[in-house]
Ligand binder design. Structure first.
Ligand SMILES: Cc1cc2nc3c(=O)[nH]c(=O)nc-3n(C[C@H](O)[C@H](O)[C@H](O)COP(=O)(O)O)c2cc1C
Length: 276
């Protein structure tokens, strides 16, 4: 595990040079040439995106030309584990969970049960209306761009490793076995909580699912939806007597590489850690 001092010595210099470099990049490169012409208001990337993805009476019509991307990602060659379908939990009220919820970063070494993992995934983003295929968290146009990859450190009856949550049949697909505690902490900028947790849920987005209908506005929706799933995990963990924490600070490309996703069509956007 990376201590605070190790983290600073590993990444401190990097960020210092990054900051200095960033200041000069801004001063010397940003206001000139292309950016000055195409970006006369001097907006940063986020401001520019927000302005350009606003609805106006002229652009509310959606143009769907391509075939719809599939709603489910599948790993047909992977070993599959069916998760228990018993989601009954006599937890606290949703109001109580909202009030009591706090981000928890220290966890006991005791593992989660299979039922706890199963419930966390079901309440995070599982199918809650089998008739219509609707899920626990709302999704713009019911297009469900989010995928969940549990990195299991300590769950009874499951080998540690990286899995994909197959929402369609509520099962886990094994991507790779191994102890990822140290690596995940490093990927999360040295945050030890990622390795201390019993399970870390890497939340990714397949942007094309939402872009298919909402074009340039899709990116807003995808991030909002990740937040909804993150909150579901916070509240269900609270109700089950577990702790959770959102982790937004991570080296994107290192996580994408570990998951073997390209970081463009599909990219990690949030990590949620859970433990006892
Ligand atoms: C988008 C997002 C990213 C976050 N990233 C981190 C993180 O990288 N590390 C961390 O320890 N906490 C992270 N948090 C948790 C916040 O620090 C926490 O929610 C905040 O301090 C308020 O505390 P509370 O959640 O206990 O109410 C994140 C929260 C959100 C919503």
């Amino acid at each position: 595990m990376l201590s605070r001092r190790n983290f600073l010595s590993k990444f401190g210099w990097l960020s210092l040079w990054g900051t200095i470099g960033g200041l000069f990049m801004d001063k010397w490169f940003m206001p000139q040439g292309v950016s000055a012409k195409s970006n006369p208001k001097g907006l940063d990337t986020a401001e520019k995106y927000h302005q350009e993805s606003k609805h106006s009476p002229l652009n509310i019509f959606t143009r769907i030309r391509e075939p719809q991307p599939p709603l489910f990602k599948k790993y047909p060659a992977s070993e599959k584990f069916k998760l228990p379908q018993d989601f009954k939990w006599t937890g606290i009220s949703v109001e109580e969970a909202i009030v009591k919820r706090r981000s928890k970063r220290n966890f006991a070494p005791k593992p989660l049960s299979l039922k706890e993992l199963s419930c966390l995934l079901h309440y995070a983003g599982g199918i809650t209306d089998t008739h219509r295929g609707l899920r626990a968290a709302p999704s713009a146009g019911a297009l469900y761009p989010i995928e969940i990859y549990p990195v299991i450190h300590r769950v009874e009856g499951i080998k540690p490793g990286i899995y994909h949550y197959s929402i369609e049949d509520h099962s886990l697909e094994l991507l790779k076995t191994g102890d990822y505690r140290q690596k995940l902490s490093e990927y999360c900028l040295g945050q030890e909580t990622a390795g201390r947790s019993a399970v870390a849920f890497i939340i990714t987005a397949i942007f094309a699912r939402t872009k298919w209908k909402y074009q340039h506005r899709a990116y807003r929706y995808v991030l909002i939806e990740a937040g909804g799933i993150g909150e579901n995990i916070y509240l269900s963990a609270e109700s089950m007597g577990l702790g959770a924490c959102a982790v937004g600070a991570f080296f994107d490309d290192q996580i994408n590489k570990e998951l073997e996703i390209d970081g463009l069509k599909e990219s990690a956007i949030l990590v949620m850690v859970v433990g006892r």
